[in-house]
Design a protein. Structure first.
Length: 215
């Protein structure tokens, strides 16, 4: 199973400039703003709570422009970013991080031995199937590995088709995506190899996170 690439010009252009506006546009016209400026900046206070919980070697799934990868590398922590956007990988490399142009569903280095996997900035939506994604990540981390995931800040569980859209005329082709709140994430985690009773949850600056360990 290979997730569709985010190679639409609006996304590539936004990463090159570091500026939006940029959205995920549902087929019914509903828009989800994408925080390009924040992604291209240094880690903020909420990001730092994630970085402080990382252990061992870190795999950043959907690393985008690489702010977390670069920050962890600067701390001397072994870290790899993966992303299906060539521009995201290129920008991560320019910031001093390590990254591969790869889907999480493709063969990856160190499978089964990552200490921490990251699904931040809505990346629990990758592939449009949270159950399949969480099961895949469970096979990537070590037996004592950790998943740090950012969830939608509301109780939602939806699978949709979306396009990357710049608010004007430019938009990419449709691909599957998901939005998942914390209750739904924990439901998916129960059946995909994660220890739900011990899950840690926290909120910073309106962003919500969950830490899961392998069952």
């Amino acid at each position: 199973m290979t997730a569709p690439a985010w190679q639409a010009d609006p996304y590539t252009d936004a990463l090159r400039t570091g500026r939006g506006p940029l959205f995920l546009r549902r087929l019914d016209g509903w828009l989800l703003p994408l925080e390009v400026e924040r992604w291209c900046a240094a880690p903020d206070a909420a990001d730092l709570t994630v970085l402080g919980r990382c252990r061992g070697a870190v795999l950043d799934i959907g690393c985008g422009p690489g702010r977390l990868v670069a920050a962890l590398a600067a701390l001397g922590r072994p870290t790899l970013g993966i992303d299906v956007s060539p521009e995201a990988v290129a920008r991560t490399l320019r910031t001093g991080g390590s990254a591969l142009h790869r889907s999480v569903f493709d063969p990856l280095p160190r499978e089964g031995s990552w200490g921490t996997a990251l699904l931040i900035d809505g990346n629990i939506g990758i592939g449009g199937d949270p159950h399949a994604l969480l099961a895949r990540v469970a096979r990537l981390v070590a037996e004592d590995g950790v998943l740090l995931a950012e969830t939608a800040p509301l109780d939602v569980d939806e699978r949709v088709q979306v396009r990357v859209f710049d608010g004007g005329r430019a938009q990419g082709s449709a691909f599957p995506w998901a939005r998942v709140g914390t209750p739904a994430l924990l439901d998916y985690a129960r059946s995909t190899g994660w220890e739900v009773p011990a899950a840690e949850r926290w909120t910073v600056a309106g962003r919500t996170f969950v830490a899961l360990r392998r069952a």
